[in-house]
Design a binder for this molecule. Sequence first.
Ligand SMILES: [Zn+2]
Ligand SMILES: [Zn+2]
Length: 136
Amino acid sequence: MTETLEGGCLCGRHRYEITKPVTATHCLCESCRRASGGTLVTWVTVPPGGFQWTTEPPAFYVSSPKVKRGFCPECGTSLSFQHENEEDVDIDVTAASLDTPEKVAPYDHIWGNGRLVWSPLDPSLPVLPGSHRHDG
Ligand SMILES: [Zn+2]
Ligand SMILES: [Zn+2]
């Protein structure tokens, strides 16, 4: 049985739960930097069918032609990343919005080519130059 992970935004208006096993990665791309205001964003990747909003869904911003980013319009927390108009695909959720983020363990960094030079990295993890997923 998989443990359910829960999380949500700073003000609590938008909450979610994850019911399938996840992986986690640090994304160093510029789009994630601007969307979050941080030097990198750590994502947990949830397989199809393993994620649901337990409140009403948040607002979405289309950050590149096929990508929408979920965020709370009240408090501004970045919450999700998914390919638009595709229901049966992975959804990425910001690891730091989990109630128990210490339960996930990132395994690499992606978009090293877009890295901010002073962004901290975990020296024990590989840095990939790009990624097949975070294209915006
Ligand atoms: Zn909020
Ligand atoms: Zn990114």
